[in-house]
Design a protein around this ligand. Sequence first.
Ligand code: FA5
Length: 335
Amino acid sequence: MDLKKLKIEAEKEIKKAKNLKNLNKVFKKYLGKKGEIAKVFNSLKKLSEAKRKKLGKEANLVKAEIEKMIRKKSKELREKARKVRLKKERIDVTRPGKKVEIGHLHPLTLVQREVLEIFQSMGFSVVLGPDIETEWYNFDALNIPKDHPARDFWDTFWLKPETQKSKVKTQKLLRTHTSPVQIRYMEKHNPPLRIIVPGRCFRHEATDISHDIQFYQLEGLVVDKNISAANFRAIIEEFLKRFFKIKIEIRLRPSFFPFTEPSFEIDVRRGKGKWVEMMGAGMVHPNVFKFSRLNPKNWQGFAFGIGLDRLAMLRYKINDIRLFYSGDLRFLKQF
Ligand code: FA5
């Protein structure tokens, strides 16, 4: 074949090559072992020496030029491919990110944290007690004797009796209120005392919109010299004012608890809403001091037990306590 024509043909095909694969084909066609240039070299054998030299030189030149063109084109195509790849892999840092769903606190946790903060700012320390209690702390030491009808106030979840090493059978229970922590604390600490005890309580009773079998209480205990019911009222009113930040009416009703004397129940209402029974309270009974190994002649105190769920219901205007424990995301996502 005419070498000039061969070069022009090769040049055309190199230009046309759209990608490296095409270009590789062109390379094989012209510069491969059985390619056009190889054919030219093969044909040289049949020629006279003078022609062979001349044609050989020309063929080498054409070969070098085709090689050069292919190298150049290959560089261009690689650069083009790189640009396409970069465009594809480009990260748009200005695009809004994918939203990761993160959890949030349960409304009862929110309320509990806020309540603790308010009481702490009034000088109360936070104390915890066990969910599983003994009959002694939950009842006896709180001046509720074994056969006293007052025990029926608190429908109890009893646990299977355990046989101790001493072979004495003790029966434990899920605490029905946070009051046992009063005894546990007074046994170990001398007055003056000012504590609050948040905690879960359990009662074996029928549920309704304001009662569940599990709920949270916040126990409060203040022991000092010259403490009166007026101190209690002042503290509770201050607490409610700070918690609700709006005017809340409270009503004290005389009541009965074996561990306080006198005892009251405190109802709370928001605006013209319904009265909600919020807490039990009273002056610490002398027997409770005795059971805690404190001398009732030296000390006075008041105690209260607030229903935290009821506080949360009033705060968020929730009309059924059971929603808190339902695990219903449609409810929980609102907080
Ligand atoms: C008591 O549990 C006493 N330990 C409170 C107390 C403490 C009195 C210290 C005197 C001194 P009571 O059973 O009334 O009392 O419960 C107190 C509060 O817990 C109630 O006012 C109510 O807000 C809440 N509560 C009681 N039972 C339930 C229940 N089943 N579900 C939701 N909240 C409840």
